[in-house]
Design a protein around this ligand. Structure first.
Ligand SMILES: Cc1cc2nc3c(=O)[nH]c(=O)nc-3n(C[C@H](O)[C@H](O)[C@H](O)COP(=O)(O)OP(=O)(O)OC[C@H]3O[C@@H](n4cnc5c(N)ncnc54)[C@H](O)[C@@H]3O)c2cc1C
Ligand SMILES: NC(=O)c1ccc[n+]([C@@H]2O[C@H](COP(=O)([O-])OP(=O)(O)OC[C@H]3O[C@@H](n4cnc5c(N)ncnc54)[C@H](O)[C@@H]3O)[C@@H](O)[C@H]2O)c1
Length: 473
């Protein structure tokens, strides 16, 4: 039996960040991961492959819109196998780099799934065969997430695709029904429509992106519905899936009080992901969960003091920059628990939380949404400015959407921002920096912005907020 200061279960974004940090703090570290291929979700089947495919869709959309710009594009073809090959090449490169980092000798890499025997003992079913028991003075659960169970009558028997299938296919169906209205569903829908497929999006809530402000979600819905080959249905209730003539698949759902049917070649299931904890035997380690998520304190400690958690397995936001920050904080706090560092406990601060969706138009948010501010009883002033009245976006032909700023009514400090529109996931970072320094809207208004740029659009809502704050005095 071998003993480690810190055992990392799962070598994805959260786990690798934790392992690297713990090593830098002088802890002996083992990383346990049972996947066929190392690299984690973001690199292998998440952020990076999806954004690679989306680049093909974005270029296809530019070609499809060539006529608007006085151009003629002839002989335009989509080759899914070449899109897939480009993705494979890039992902092999990213994954190879991460695999090298995991195996470079800083940690002991143990290939197998880990399971708790007690709060300090983990048994690993090794890929090479046999079991190994390791002693863990502290450990971190960073085992990520998996596609949630399918709750739809008939779908499991009929068969369906998930994002994993789209990301590695060399043939694409001509038509596809996308179930869900979260980031995965919408990014996949954007990709598929972009490369010329007929897409039907079916969302249960009465808006897309349930956590977003309604005006943001509705602007996105409007823009997606204007896409030539996309139809978005919100406020639906899925009834069942069944086979249709010609090897097609049918979805039956309720919408606006009527029973509707859509027939397509394939169905993409994107109704969410859930924490991957099944193999861990958390009960043996006294670890509590909440709706499947490992329960953590703001310092990432679980209900068992020597065990921490980070990433998708604990939430609250299943995105990569949060997984990394949580992993780093957890490793630091584990070192502190072991008496190896003596600074203050590191806790997560979600004040600058970010979310981005790489559709066309894109969506991005930082900090508080208007709904969150209302729920917290914070008095705010809110201002928006549309891209269809902004010179640079008009020259680009990118006029969907708007920017939105939320400011404290009394101080004018910027509390949050949202963008639906061109380069939203880049534009949002100006607000992240402003919020990092606790900037007021009046500051943002006066900071120089080059003309004509997309970024200068922020100065308009900033000016409105500054005026509203003055009026409120
Ligand atoms: C299609 C898609 C697109 C996405 N796009 C974005 C994006 O653009 N931006 C963004 O921020 N986020 C995006 N995400 C979310 C992001 O990928 C995740 O939030 C992030 O990768 C989670 O990292 P993690 O370390 O928690 O988990 P993972 O990277 O999943 O790592 C978990 C690891 O644990 C291992 N494991 C599981 N069980 C055990 C066990 N018992 N013992 C040992 N090892 C185990 C697994 O093999 C895996 O390697 C996307 C997700 C998807 C699916
Ligand atoms: N660009 C990004 O940052 C990015 C991209 C992809 C995924 N992610 C992350 O991955 C995680 C998983 O994403 P996701 O999109 O799979 O999950 P999600 O939970 O965000 O979205 C699932 C959607 O399906 C809907 N839904 C659930 N059950 C339904 C039903 N029975 N009928 C109809 N609709 C139903 C929900 O209302 C929700 O809108 C998210 O937390 C997300 O943050 C991030």
């Amino acid at each position: 039996m071998s003993e480690f200061d810190f055992v990392v279960l799962g070598g994805g974004s959260a786990g690798y960040a934790a392992a690297r940090t713990a090593h830098e703090l002088g802890l002996s570290v083992a990383v346990v991961d049972g996947a066929d291929e190392l690299g984690g979700l973001c690199i292998l089947r998440g952020c990076m492959p999806s954004k690679t495919l989306i680049q093909s869709a974005n270029r296809a959309l530019s070609i499809r819109r060539a006529g608007e710009f006085g151009l003629r594009a002839h002989g335009f073809e989509v080759h899914p196998e070449e899109i897939r090959d480009r993705k494979r090449e890039l992902i092999d490169d990213f994954a190879g780099y991460r695999q090298g980092q995991l195996a470079d000798g800083r940690f002991e890499l143990i290939r197998g799934y880990g399971q708790y025997l007690s709060p300090t003992q983990i048994i690993v079913n090794q890929r090479e065969g046999g079991e190994r028991i390791i002693e863990a003075k502290t450990s971190i659960i960073a085992t990520g997430s998996k596609v949630s169970e399918v709750p739809i009558e008939g779908l499991a028997e009929l068969g369906y695709w998930t994002s994993d299938d789209i990301l590695d296919t060399d043939t694409l169906p001509q038509s596809i029904i996308v179930l869900g209205g979260g980031a995965i569903a919408l990014e996949m829908a954007h990709y598929l429509e972009g490369v010329g497929r007929d897409v039907f999006v079916i969302q249960r809530s009465d808006q897309l992106l349930s956590g977003s402000d309604r005006d943001v979600a509705k602007a996105l819905e409007g823009a997606l519905n204007e896409r030539e080959k996309m139809d978005v249905f919100t406020a639906t209730k899925i009834v069942r899936a069944e086979s249709a003539d010609g090897g097609l698949k049918k979805l039956v759902f309720e919408h606006k009080g009527e029973l509707c049917e859509i027939v397509a070649e394939e169905i993409l299931y994107a109704l969410g992901r859930e924490p991957a904890t099944a193999k861990l035997d958390l009960v043996q380690a006294n670890i509590e969960t909440d709706r499947g998520y490992v329960k953590t304190q703001p310092d990432q400690q679980t209900s068992q003091p020597n065990i921490f958690a980070a990433g998708d397995v604990c939430g609250p936001l299943e995105v990569v920059h949060i997984a990394i920050e949580q992993g780093e904080a957890a490793a630091y706090n584990a070192a502190r628990y072991l008496g190896k560092v003596d600074g203050r406990i590191k806790t997560m601060d979600y004040r600058l939380k970010l979310f981005g969706v790489f559709t066309e138009p894109q969506v991005a948010q930082v900090g508080m949404t208007e709904n969150e501010a209302i729920d917290k009883g914070i008095e705010t002033v809110v201002a928006t400015y549309p891209f269809d009245d902004h010179g640079k976006s008009m020259t680009m032909g990118e006029t969907h959407g708007f920017v939105k700023l939320i400011g404290d009514k009394h101080t004018g400090e910027i509390l949050g921002g949202s963008v639906v529109g061109p380069e939203a996931t880049e534009l949002i970072h100006e607000i992240v920096v402003a919020m990092h320094f606790h900037a007021k809207a009046a500051d943002l208004m006066t900071i120089p912005h080059y003309h004509p740029t997309l970024s200068e659009i922020w100065t308009y809502p900033a000016e409105d907020i500054a005026d509203l704050v003055e009026e409120a005095k």
